[in-house]
Design a protein around this ligand. Structure first.
Ligand SMILES: [Fe+2]
Length: 460
């Protein structure tokens, strides 16, 4: 009986969930892409640059105004529906709603740094997104949702294939090479990670290839993709298959022409001029946790590597959480922690920030146990370089708990090491992993990587 009820619920839920997934994954995504392209027009770009300079309450007014302006249009549509044709009114409402959502989302993205300086707004923002993301994660963890999502993904791939097939009739040779380009995902024997074999990197923008890789990253949390060295532009475009690349905090590392790509030089210099971030990376961390919305993934691409050593290690934080005793899980569930640009708990000090960079990196609060937004699975969210203390605990008690969790994560059964070859692209999910590097390579031998951070979401 229970089984039948569950089946009936799923039958009802799948079309509903599919409609929401379609709206969220396809419509909003492409609308945002269109808005970003629109914003590159000089007058719009100038307007957006001016909006950033607004004072806090000016920004608030600018944010609220579009909704106020759109309200009469909605009333008009309802009135029109009552007196004339219902379908036309409905179409106006839907089109208006979609457009308003896109405008408000874009405005929020531009004005948010200013709005967050208003105390009550920052509080409301934190709580609103926290509960919204929790609700999303709950719905996404339902089997019916997963089925609907897979259905949408499959039909999107099929439709794109069909359309591109019509647009250009491919020759038999092209079809053959497209089939040959199909990559294979080979999982490692360890706690996480998979190797992507046979990928033609020029095919990455194809929806079927991108969705295969995204799914593999979700399943294995770390992908190793061998290939030839890429230019910064190629690296950025390659990383874009996994999400939106974003600039990193430290400006001096950014490539001028391609600011989404940073050059990470970790060569060990005899005179001690080694970049400090190289030494900081020696201990377990997850990238960007000192931001309120840390990067969801990081891509590293090796340009120069030393003759030996310098492996990058990864830790599966989902497995680490699941392996905790139930008593510890109960004790830490719901706890929140402060992440800071630097903490006395870290072994090494980080790079100096400019005044602007300091203003951009106030301390932030994150949950100690993080729920993955794509599948609702929990993982420990620790960072030995940035995690300073647990909220509401005395320093000694907080240190003791963090030390206990750190010792748990240091167990080799959760780890995997990537051994670098020139040209490798390695991408990992920061939401359920930590990583560290072995600083054991010869002095003076060049170690240069390109790095791209992929825009993430607020931990909950
Ligand atoms: Fe890192």
């Amino acid at each position: 009986m229970k089984q039948h009820l569950k089946r009936a619920l799923e039958l009802l839920f799948v079309p509903f969930a599919a409609a929401i997934v379609f709206f969220e994954q396809v419509l909003i995504k492409y609308l945002n892409v269109a808005m970003a392209a629109f914003a590159r027009l000089p007058p719009i770009a100038r307007l957006e640059a001016w909006l950033i300079t607004l004072p806090p309450y000016g920004a608030l007014l600018t944010f609220v105004m579009p909704s106020v302006l759109i309200l009469p249009i909605k009333f008009w549509a309802v009135w029109f529906g009552a007196h004339h044709r219902y379908t036309l009114a409905l179409a106006t409402l839907i089109a208006g709603k979609v457009l308003a959502t896109a405008i408000v989302a874009r405005l929020y993205r531009i004005l948010r740094p200013t709005l967050m300086t208003i105390r009550w707004f920052a509080w409301a923002d934190t709580h609103f997104f926290y509960w919204r993301d929790r609700a999303y994660a709950f719905v996404r963890s339902l089997p019916a949702w997963q089925k609907a999502k897979a259905l949408i993904e499959r039909s999107r791939t099929w439709l794109t294939g069909l359309v591109s097939g019509f647009l250009r009739a491919r020759s038999a040779q092209e079809r053959y090479s497209a089939r040959m380009a199909e990559p294979r995902i080979v999982p490692t024997e360890a706690a996480l990670g998979a190797r992507v074999e046979g990928l033609d990197r020029t095919q990455i923008a194809k929806p079927e290839v991108a969705s295969l890789l995204k799914k593999a990253l979700g399943d294995h949390l770390l992908l190793e993709i061998p290939g030839a060295p890429m230019t910064p532009e190629q690296t950025r475009d390659f990383a874009a298959a996994f999400g939106k690349p974003r600039t990193q905090l430290l400006r001096y590392k950014r490539v001028e022409a391609v600011p989404e790509v940073s050059v990470m030089v970790s060569t060990l210099m005899k005179d001690g001029t080694t970049d400090k971030t190289a030494l900081r990376s020696e201990d377990w961390h997850t990238d960007d946790s000192y931001f309120s919305t840390p990067a969801k993934a990081t891509l590293l691409h090796s340009i120069d590597i030393p003759s030996r050593g310098g492996n990058t290690w990864f830790c599966n934080m989902r497995a680490a959480y699941e392996a905790l005793p139930d008593a510890t899980k109960n004790r830490i569930d719901g706890l929140r922690a402060i992440h800071a640009y630097d903490t006395p708990r870290a072994r090494n000090r980080p790079s100096q920030r400019t005044a602007q960079e300091i203003a951009e990196t106030p301390d932030v609060e994150h949950p100690l146990v993080r729920t993955h937004p794509d599948n609702g699975l929990k993982a420990l969210y620790l960072n030995f370089n940035r995690l300073d203390r647990i909220v509401g605990m005395a320093r000694a008690e907080s240190d003791a708990l963090l030390d206990e969790l750190a010792a748990h994560c240091r167990q080799e059964r959760f780890h995997y090491a990537h051994k670098w070859t020139v040209g490798d692209a390695v991408i990992w999910d920061n939401r359920a992993t930590m990583h560290r590097v072995d600083v054991d390579y010869p002095m003076g031998e060049k170690r240069v990587m390109q790095r791209v951070l992929i825009e993430g979401d607020r931990p909950f």
